[in-house]
Design a protein around this ligand. Structure first.
Ligand SMILES: Nc1ncnc2c1ncn2[C@@H]1O[C@H](COP(=O)(O)OP(=O)(O)OP(=O)(O)O)[C@@H](O)[C@H]1O
Length: 804
């Protein structure tokens, strides 16, 4: 498959754009202006410093009228920057903001460099803080030195500082002013410099700790017990209960163990890659170390590492507060329920002459697993055959028998709980496992039977097929996957391509366009719904994949991780086309609809991505309601080793997805089986409601984003080009330029147009057809270049004018 593509924007167009720019945006003008401002800063510096030394001598001259000062050449000043320097210093320092006026020079320097295209600092922030600092200092100095000494000519706080200080001190008194200066000074420092903030906080924390230690010494000289009284009593309680149930006074001789595993939750906000760990940090603070912006251009060794998050360095990750608890009230499995189930299992098995040595229960959020060890000599297949009978006698739908449980040597019977527990997304994201995960694309999906958070790294899967009958939790599952990534990954690190022919499920992510989405250039809708655009996007992803492989090859990197590491370490030159590569996650909902309408045209690019894209960081998640073999074909199956099945209608459907039965016995509402190769895990999917997803999306979209979505390479499909009629009213925007090139070179070659304008073959071919229709070139002559029908530029310009 040959993919022709180009990155948006070519040099010619850029040049054209530059030509139409207003003069003040012109690069040369900016260069001159930048240098001019830098020279002014140098001049002001000389003037100010001279003013400090010679200001006294110049005072009498500065009292003259400005006409005399300017035009009378007998009037001479000592200031090394001349009369203008002396005048400006007097106005800015004595009549302005005093010594703090030196900071204006800093602003000039920063502005000069910014105009020259070098961002030394974050500009807007710096301007605001510097102006605030100027005002603060002038008031402070005005307050400390209210009057200058008789011998001094300088007002340290300047006139403004003095006036403002005097006014404030009459308003709130001297002590009030002092306090105001203290708090405003501290605020500027704390907000401006993260380090000051941490230092101040540490002082308080240390103080708190000392007080706490002193208190605890006074209160309890003995060592603190590791377990609180509360928890001890809980343990004893449980033990009592267990004994109460399984004392053999009822009809059960077999002992049973109960495992109520509960995973420890860390009640702490997610902190993706924090620079400094805080003990109690409740708020989501993503601290990116740089105060100053780093030049993003490659300059090789010795430079600070490239930081992809820098462009949105103030981006805040959504906090867990945006998620609901979803507590389902009294969802505990009661001891009566456990005992009743156990007795029924034992009775049923006994009825079929199957004796049990031991039985053990593990309580999960929606099901309880009863593990039994049958007496020696009992055949496992016999128990498996009794699946339906046991289900009937337990009067519960969806019993699944796992005989034997791999690696355990026991037989498992999964029985749904009477009152299932809703696993909230919040509990999953606040789990230690998720928070401390160092996976590249961490996804927390739900809880396993033993109440552990089930997590995986998408880069290892590397693509997922999600299937399940309608209403069983598929959409929620996809939202859980997407949300996990949104809580851990910065917008610069991952990009989503959302394909949703049904137009409803994924549309709520469209507000993330400028943060997390990738799309084709010129495409309006960020979530793709139109079938033709789906084809173009998938093919464009193939092009992106090929381009990424080329970059990896040039960088001698085996995969995206190695490549990005080299790029971050500034070992790859952006001028040679290298760029930081975000992971791309393609989410396709209602895959069946696509295959039904577009068949192979969709299947082939998907299969190609699935086969090859792992190393270059493109991962796919495809979901379908209809797990039939004409949808989930052999090609798709072979390339999606990781599959998630929600409840399906029949055993055949389960086999289509997982290659084994089981998914038909699930109980719905997010109950799922996850197959990774031969490994199969039953997991209760976390629950996240649509309003929660909306909250997260709003939180993100309200923050500053990139100027546009991440642009995929342009792809124009063959059928859009179509050889039929050419409509000269809709000429390509490169039509005129291409015609000029063809006439100037007297050569009608498509590949020449392609090369000159760095465009794809299809587009160049389309332009050539238009040139033919316009009479610039003759018809195609096979592999030979076309004949050029216009001999000179004059006749061409006449022709072009006739179109306007
Ligand atoms: N993990 C879960 N925990 C609890 N309830 C859930 C869970 N997942 C889904 N549900 C319940 O099932 C309902 C349907 O879920 P969902 O919309 O995800 O189904 P679906 O399979 O995507 O359906 P469709 O294919 O028709 O879009 C939800 O509204 C919710 O009430």
């Amino acid at each position: 498959m040959a993919f022709k593509a180009k990155k948006p924007g070519n040099s010619k167009q850029q040049k054209k754009k530059q030509k139409t720019q207003p003069f003040f945006l012109n690069e040369k003008f900016r260069f001159i202006l930048g240098i001019f401002i830098l020279l002014i800063s140098a001049y002001l510096l000389i003037a100010f410093i001279s003013f400090l030394f010679f200001g006294a001598a110049d005072q009498s001259k500065l009292d003259l009228s400005w006409k005399e000062l300017v035009f009378n050449s007998d009037v001479k000043v000592e200031n090394k920057a001349g009369k203008t320097g002396a005048f400006l210093s007097e106005k800015l320092m004595n009549r302005g903001f005093g010594i703090a006026s030196f900071l204006f020079i800093y602003l000039f320097v920063v502005s000069g460099f910014k105009i020259l295209g070098r961002n030394l600092v974050k500009y807007r922030r710096t301007v605001i803080y510097t102006l605030l600092t100027v005002i603060w200092f002038s008031v402070f100095l005005g307050f400390v030195f209210p009057k200058t000494s008789a011998s001094s000519f300088i007002y340290p706080g300047g006139q403004y500082g003095f006036v403002l200080g005097s006014w404030l001190s009459t308003l709130i008194g001297k002590i009030g002013l002092l306090l105001l200066l203290f708090i405003s000074g501290l605020s500027i420092l704390v907000v401006r410099f993260e380090k000051v903030y941490s230092a101040v906080k540490n002082i308080f924390k240390r103080r708190e700790k000392i007080v706490a230690e002193e208190d605890s010494e006074e209160d309890s000289p003995a060592e603190e017990p590791l377990i609180s009284d509360d928890s001890i009593s809980k343990v004893i309680d449980e033990e009592d209960n267990i004994k109460a149930i399984f004392e053999p006074d009822v009809a059960d001789e077999e002992p049973m163990e109960i495992q109520r595993a509960e995973e420890e939750e860390v009640h702490q906000e997610v902190k993706p890659a924090p620079e400094e760990k805080e003990e109690e940090g409740l708020e989501l603070t993503v601290h990116h170390k740089k105060e100053e912006e780093v030049e993003a251009n490659f300059t090789g060794e010795g430079m600070e590492d490239y930081d992809p998050t820098l462009e949105l360095s103030r981006f805040k990750f959504p906090s867990l507060e945006l998620l609901e608890e979803h507590s389902s009230g009294n969802a505990e499995v009661s001891n009566e329920e456990l005992l009743a189930n156990k007795n029924k299992i034992v009775e049923t098995l006994r009825h079929y002459k199957i004796e049990i040595v031991k039985i053990r229960a593990t309580i999960g959020p929606t099901i309880t697993l009863y593990e039994i060890i049958p007496a020696p000599g009992i055949r496992i297949a016999k128990i498996k055959n009794l699946e339906d009978d046991i289900a009937l006698s337990l009067a519960a739908l969806g019993i699944r028998i796992i005989a034997p449980i791999p690696g355990r040597g026991t037989i498992g019977i999964e029985v749904p709980n009477r009152k299932p527990e809703v696993v909230s997304m919040r509990s999953i994201l606040s789990s230690r496992k998720f928070q401390e995960s160092t996976a590249d694309l961490p996804i927390a999906l739900g809880k396993t039977i033993s109440n552990e958070t089930y997590m995986f790294d998408l880069t290892k899967m590397p693509h997922i097929l999600v299937a399940g009958a309608t209403g069983q939790g598929k959409s929620v599952g996809i939202n859980v996957i997407i949300t996990s990534l949104l809580y851990k990954k910065h917008p610069s690190q991952i990009k989503f391509v959302f394909i949703d022919p049904k137009k409803v499920e994924l549309n709520l992510y469209s507000v993330l366009e400028k943060h997390y989405l990738a799309k084709l250039p010129d495409e309006e809708e960020p979530v793709i719904t139109d079938i033709q655009k789906v084809k173009n996007t998938l093919n464009s992803l193939n092009v992106e994949m090929d381009q990424r492989y080329d970059l990896l090859k040039k960088a001698h990197a085996r995969n995206i991780k190695e490549y990005n590491k080299k790029f971050i370490g500034r070992r790859l030159n952006p001028e040679k086309g290298h760029r930081f590569l975000p992971y791309i996650i393609v989410v396709i909902d209602e895959f069946a609809d696509l295959i039904m309408t577009a068949g192979k045209e969709i299947e082939l690019p998907i299969a190609r991505i699935a086969q090859l894209a792992r190393a270059v960081g493109i991962h796919m998640i495809i979901a379908t309601q209809r797990p039939s073999t004409n949808i989930i074909t052999g090609v798709i199956k072979a390339n999606f080793p990781a599959r998630i099945a929600f409840k399906v209608a029949s055993m055949i459907d389960s086999r289509t997805i997982l290659d084994t039965p089981g998914a038909n016995q699930l109980i719905g509402k997010g109950d799922m089986l996850i197959a990774q190769g031969s490994n199969m895990t039953r997991v209760q999917c976390a629950f996240i409601d649509t309003p929660e997803v909306e909250n997260i999306c709003t939180f993100i979209s309200e923050q500053q984003g990139f100027p546009s979505a991440f642009l995929l390479p342009e792809y124009v499909s063959e059928d859009e080009v179509g050889p039929g009629e050419v409509d000269l009213n809709h000429r390509d925007e490169l039509f005129n330029d291409a015609a000029r090139v063809v006439v100037a070179n007297q050569m009608g070659s498509t590949s020449m147009i392609q090369r000159k304008f760095s465009i794809g073959y299809n587009r160049a071919g389309r332009i050539m057809d238009q040139l033919e229709a316009a009479g610039v070139v003759g018809p195609s002559e096979g592999s030979k270049a076309r004949q050029v029908l216009l001999q000179d530029e004059y006749s061409l310009e006449q022709l072009l004018n006739s179109f306007n």
